[in-house]
Design a protein around this ligand. Structure first.
Ligand code: DUC
Ligand code: ZN
Ligand code: ZN
Length: 477
């Protein structure tokens, strides 16, 4: 199958220009001046499909490097399976995800890694890789860190929160960091002080403050800043590279910026919810069917932060200045009925998570329209940097000959209305983004040379997606 995407503006993280893109099978064969022939050979007359991208952007497919498909968590499972979640991702212009294999305390890393392969294989609409979560850092987990690198897993997530579920103490964190420093892998960190949060939660519930709004109030920015600082210090001590996930507090960004200015290999990710949504949204509307419990829709950790304190504004700025390097979703969806409502009487029982895998490319494009990001930076934070950060660059994250044919044709004159009953393919009974209007539209999505979304129509099949064996981070020397 040969496809020509003609007349578009090709946007890479390094620049933009008018060009035609020729795909041969699964791969980009050539990026050519518009209308060129190849050694006298009429390309257009000899391809199977021509896509006219006049007036549109032709960008590398989005890479969402932080998802939790069907993750067992909070007494239930994230509501998107690999099948439904990756299909929704494709609709939104994401052509690769990196999901988290979960190892809970007492479980064996290899068993869980196998289990995640079984869940994903044959079900994904787009390509997928894995990070590995380590919950108790046993000796066998340290050995597994070495072994998993040859299986394409070069990043390991630890938690400083969720005591009794995920939390590693500082000694365990140091052990894993020592291993990462020696084998070249990346430590990813959920940086919140779990002991402080657990105490504040207990006190809030005892005082009768049970509504979702208290989720945010009991996970204050100080708990995020302190843990971020501690993680940076432990990484400094051991020489491990550190990637701080889902950063939401401006003070945590400042800690990352200080460490980077000192020359430490510290990186940060934020998510669309921390760019657009706020603690104030979590108060819920008396008019909604859920009343104040509506705030449960946006219960996630790290939590949404107060708009009045300026976190969202600071986060956009940090993306521009590269204090924060990329945007993933932390896609961890739950339905209101039967899942989030487990916390009707106690916010701490609400499963933590928001679903956004379908909307990340659009929401970040709106940042371009609003003057927050350049077009190139949009591509960089949503595709190129995730590819480089997690060892996929060259085949992913760029439009160049030899790269995978993962391409999105994006229409800046199109429009997208987000919401249930509008554009919504995630397996959730609500949208955290209901009512958001985007001044752009994902027109065509190509995954390794195959058109999987055309207009709003899904043309792919479960199983199109392949496991991506990742290398070491290309940010490290
Ligand atoms: N935060 C969430 O909101 N959900 C999944 C896990 C996490 O760290
Ligand atoms: Zn986390
Ligand atoms: Zn997560």
């Amino acid at each position: 199958m040969k496809t020509l995407i003609k007349n578009g503006t090709v946007v890479n993280s390094t620049g933009r220009g008018q060009a035609d893109v020729l795909l041969d099978g699964e791969t980009i064969a050539a990026v050519l001046a518009p209308g060129s022939s190849l050694l006298g050979f009429d390309i257009e007359a000899n391809v199977d499909r021509v896509i006219d991208a006049a007036g549109k952007y032709v960008i590398p497919g989005g890479i969402d490097a932080h998802t939790h498909m069907e993750m067992p968590f909070g007494g239930t499972n994230a509501s998107d399976t690999f099948e439904t979640g990756t299909r929704a991702a494709a609709h939104g212009g994401t052509t690769s995800i990196v999901d988290f294999v979960v190892q809970y305390a007492g479980e064996h890393v290899h068993d869980q890694f196998q289990l995640w392969h079984e869940k994903a294989a044959g079900n994904c609409a787009i390509d997928y890789g894995f990070h590995q979560i380590l919950s108790d850092v046993q000796d066998s987990s340290l050995t597994a860190m070495d072994e998993l690198i040859s299986e394409g897993v070069s990043s390991f997530k630890l938690f400083m929160a969720y005591k009794g579920v995920f939390l590693s103490d500082d000694g365990q964190i140091v052990k894993a960091m020592q291993k990462a420093a020696s084998n070249g892998s990346m430590i990813m960190m959920h940086a919140e002080n779990g002991s402080v949060i657990d105490l504040l939660v207990q006190q809030a519930i005892a005082a009768g403050n049970t509504s979702p709004y208290y989720h945010g109030l009991t996970r204050p920015w100080q708990a995020e800043e302190e843990a971020t600082h501690r993680a940076i210090m432990l990484a400094n001590l051991t020489g491990a590279p550190l990637f701080v996930v889902h950063v939401s507090a401006k003070q945590a960004v400042e800690q990352i910026a200080i460490a980077r200015d000192r020359g430490q290999n510290v990186f940060g990710e934020t998510c669309p919810q921390y760019l657009y949504l706020s603690l104030e949204d979590q108060l819920g509307a008396e008019s909604s069917e859920w009343g104040t419990f509506e705030g449960a829709k946006w219960v996630c950790s790290t939590p949404l932060r107060s708009k009045a304190e300026g976190h969202q504004h600071h986060m956009w700025q940090s993306l521009r200045t590269n204090d924060i390097q990329m945007v993933s979703t932390d896609h961890c969806p739950f339905c209101m009925k039967g899942q989030k409502d487990m916390g009707l009487a106690d916010f701490s029982k609400i499963p933590n998570g928001i679903g956004s895998v379908e909307h990340r490319m659009d929401l970040l494009y709106q940042g371009v329209v609003d003057g927050q990001l350049s077009l190139e930076r949009w591509v960089e934070v949503t595709s190129t940097t995730p590819a480089r950060m997690f060892g996929m660059y060259g085949t992913k994250g760029v439009i160049q000959p030899g790269a995978d044919g993962d391409i999105v044709v994006y229409d800046p004159n199109g429009h997208t209305s987000i919401g249930v009953g509008k554009t919504h393919h995630m397996n959730m009974d609500y949208s955290a983004w209901e009512g958001y209007e985007i001044d752009g539209h994902v027109d065509t999505v190509i995954s390794r040379g195959k058109v999987v979304v055309d207009g709003n129509e899904y043309l792919g099949t479960a199983g199109d997606g392949r496991y991506v064996k990742r290398g070491l981070s290309q940010y490290l020397i």
